[in-house]
Design a protein around this ligand. Structure first.
Ligand SMILES: *Cc1c(COP(=O)(O)O)cnc(C)c1O
Length: 406
């Protein structure tokens, strides 16, 4: 399928190009030392990911440890509640081991580390979800694991800090600046540039310098490949539309990759938070502009000095001031439509799915769900497949405290 000059038959060979670009977005914006490290990972990835042994081992791990394939559930009662003309389905990444899609790329990254002979994985974490997934992978492979985390976040996210420690990770407290995610990213990069011979940096989404946006997408593509096959088996046709929430964009990139070359409408959902004012949301593709941060060029939210702007969302997994370069590219092309859902709509969807289907979704995933429900109301027939990126146990206390039981 050719769409606005891009041939989706050969898309995965063509994008990113050899320098890591999706159209104008992507690249490697780091110092010389880290450029060398990125080139080493790129070379290793291109050769290792072709090897039969690597592919077979990743497949076995996905089946035996992660519990893949995850099912698709037909959301019958939810569909009925919207009038029953349009059928909603959910891809159940909440049933992936450790409760979200993040393990898909963390297991891939850690397996790559093992094949490269590295002894340690390094990452930063904000809310702690990426840290927990990576600590899980490190424990599985017997790798050391340093997770950099701002002191403020460490206080706020005590249960995830405890999980990381139980899993054997070393949680490194970052005490400068605002002591949150931005400082943790800087500290983790700095540590990595000193340790790259022995360690590998593991990014938590389709973000950062090349090859990470490509690698993380490739590891997440299992979601889209499974979903396409399962949906065809269940219904005999493709869904009319697919929907995923977009923070950095990894769960979305995974689902979308299976359907880019199909006549399927694709929607990415960003968090509108409290509203459209800068600082009240994290809808970077919707409100942002082109710029470079954290080692890559994409569309980002900037403050008056051109620095990454403060962002907010009820969903801590979505509050990042940019999104992956591939999403910026797919938006420019018009192949994927990006839109927003606010805190309140996502809380409504959180309760709806819990009450009508017996599934408590992550508040991140609830954004996709809320959008899928809105979309269904505009259609007079057909089906919508929603990526349920994670389970909502982690969000229960906060949602009940702030919104009460609805
Ligand atoms: C981290 C997280 C997200 C957001 O990350 P993406 O890279 O945008 O997918 C979404 N859902 C859940 C459950 C998460 O933990």
């Amino acid at each position: 399928m050719i769409f606005n000059g891009v041939d989706f038959d050969t898309y995965f060979n063509d994008y990113p190009d050899k320098d890591g670009y999706f159209g104008p977005y992507g690249g490697v914006f780091v110092d010389e030392n880290l450029k060398k490290a990125m080139a080493e990972i790129t070379d290793a990835y291109y050769s290792i990911c072709q090897s039969r042994k690597f592919i077979a081992e990743l497949r076995r791990i996905r089946a035996e440890f992660q519990g893949r394939p995850t099912p698709i559930s037909h959301l019958e009662r939810l569909s009925d509640s919207l009038g029953g003309k349009v059928q909603l389905y959910a891809k159940r990444e909440d049933l992936n081991h450790s409760g979200a899609h993040k393990l898909n790329h963390c297991m891939g990254e850690a397996l790559l580390a093992k094949y490269m002979g590295k002894k340690k994985v390094i990452a930063e974490t904000g809310a702690g979800q990426h840290g927990v997934a990576l600590a899980t992978a490190a424990a599985y492979f017997g790798l050391a694991c340093d997770i950099y985390m701002g002191a403020v976040d460490i206080k706020k996210q005590a249960p995830n800090v405890a999980r990381m420690k139980v899993l054997g990770a070393n949680v490194v407290e970052v005490t400068h600046g605002l002591q949150t995610l931005k400082e943790a990213v800087d500290a983790a990069f700095e540590a990595y540039s000193k340790e790259y011979e022995n360690a590998i940096y593991c990014i938590g989404s389709v973000l950062g310098p090349h090859p990470f946006p490509m690698m993380v997408r490739d590891f997440q593509s299992v979601v889209g490949i499974e979903a396409r096959e399962q949906f065809l088996d269940m219904t005999g046709h493709l869904p009319n539309a697919i929907v995923a929430c977009v923070g950095g964009g990894s769960n979305a990139a995974g689902l979308f990759s299976g359907f880019l070359n199909d006549p399927v409408d694709i929607y990415g959902v960003e968090p509108l938070g409290r509203g459209a004012k800068l600082g009240d949301h994290a809808a970077s593709l919707t409100f942002g502009s082109e710029g470079v941060m954290h080692g890559f060029n994409s569309i980002m939210l900037k403050d008056e000095n051109g620095e990454p702007a403060p962002v907010y969302s009820i969903a801590s997994g979505l509050d990042y001031p940019s999104s992956g370069p591939e999403h910026a590219f797919l938006m420019d092309l018009g192949r994927v439509k990006y839109d927003v859902i606010d805190d309140d709509e996502s809380v409504d969807a959180f309760y709806k799915l819990s009450r009508l289907e017996g599934i408590i979704p992550a508040i991140e995933s609830s954004h996709a769900l809320a959008y899928g429900m809105k979309l269904a109301k505009t259609m007079d027939h057909g089906s919508v497949l929603i990526n349920l990126s994670g389970r909502g146990d982690k969000d229960l206390d906060y949602v009940i405290e702030k919104y009460g039981i609805r």
